[in-house]
Design a protein around this ligand. Structure first.
Ligand code: HQG
Length: 180
């Protein structure tokens, strides 16, 4: 079984394009698992079933997905672009610094605009520099940016934390970014 490909497929459906398979997500991002299974395409010839889905959820390195307490629903805990979902998030005071991994080729633009969420609902930040490095490397030569998160919070910016610990904010103005 190709767990990575199935995990990417689930991310695509549950974060971005549920309509691709005519799946309905509720406002909190939950999809009925039976419904998801019956509507999903096979991934690399693997037909999804409950066992596969639950194994991917528990093996996900970044804890990307969550199963409801009654076992009937699944959702992605962050990363959404679909506007049909608006997850109720914990509003929290952030640590002094958080990190964002990006590619060096985006730096000039980030110096002009700050960090923007582009297609996603939020800018994603992490407490972990290694995570930031691997996230940045997805788009080219990586660069880690340190964000003065607590300072932003003191200036009225709201910070949220997803179930898997990823920090979310709508925008990071350039004056709160240390380019190092
Ligand atoms: C960049 C992964 C130019 C930004 C990770 C990033 C994360 C700008 C890219 C989650 C910019 C957007 C999200 C500006 C931001 N000009 N480029 N003004 N502002 N950017 O994929 O943060 O593995 O939407 O630096 O762990 O890379 O999928 O966001 O390079 O939590 O579970 O625009 O995805 O999680 O890219 O990644 P993305 P991201 P998963």
């Amino acid at each position: 079984m190709n767990e990575k490909a199935i995990s990417q497929y689930l991310s695509f459906i549950l974060r971005h394009k549920p309509e691709e398979i005519d799946l309905t997500l509720d406002r909190e991002g939950w999809a009925n698992i039976e419904d998801l299974i019956s509507k999903s395409q096979p991934v690399n010839n693997t037909t999804l079933d409950e066992e596969i889905i639950k194994s991917i959820v528990s093996n996900s390195d970044k804890k990307r997905f969550q199963i409801s307490d009654d076992g009937k629903y699944i959702r992605a805990v962050q990363g959404h672009s679909t506007t049909s979902v608006d997850i109720t998030l914990n509003k929290l005071v952030p640590p002094i610094s958080l990190y964002h991994g990006t590619a060096q080729r985006f730096i000039d633009s980030i110096k002009e605009q700050g960090l923007i969420s582009k297609d996603r609902q939020y800018v994603h930040l992490t407490e972990n520099k290694d995570t930031a490095l691997s996230v940045g490397a997805r788009y080219g030569k990586p660069q880690i940016l340190a964000i003065h998160a607590l300072e932003m919070h003191k200036n009225g910016f709201e910070f949220f934390q997803a179930e898997n610990g990823v920090w979310l904010v709508k925008h990071v103005p350039v004056e709160f970014i240390a380019f190092q």
